[in-house]
Design a binder for this molecule. Sequence first.
Ligand SMILES: [Zn+2]
Length: 199
Amino acid sequence: MHYPLSIKKLVEQFSKLPTVGPRTAERYVFFLLKQNSAYLNEFSEAVKNLKSDIKICKDCGAVADKENCEICASPDRDHTLVCVVSNTRDMVSIEDTREFKGVYHVLGGLIDHINDLGPDKLNLKSLIEKVGSGKVKEIILALNPNIEGETTSMYIQKLFVDKDVSVSRIARGLPTGSDIEYADSMTISNALKYRNKLK
Ligand SMILES: [Zn+2]
């Protein structure tokens, strides 16, 4: 059976979301069809304003509500301890463990030579500046245990080889090829706690 065009269009949009297949997309659309217009307005407004309401924290590069994210703005956090992550989702996963009391630095990706993503495309300049200012004592590399994560970790380690900063890496509790984003809190907590000192 052919759906009306407005349904088809929305099914197509939902199908583009990660892990959503056409069947699930259809379920979403029929769920929305059953809702009242107040709900639908709220839903579409949230999607519409998603990008315009978002800012990038000028200190760490995470997506935030303001110029500075809550973590960077907090005097209760240890600003000498910086956990380097690939993206904001990984930062949130680590934050959910409630174990980490330092601040973060979001790279906005990982070095990926196959897809022509070099270090120049990453948010590294401000990390180098932060370390250069002498305010950072330790950097913890919390990057996914895959080729891109390894390459990026090695690159960052080399960047600071002559600098007065200690560099460590989360322990290998995370299985190779896995994602920090999907790891459970206990695994992330332990990986942070038993981090390996690189220099
Ligand atoms: Zn921040």
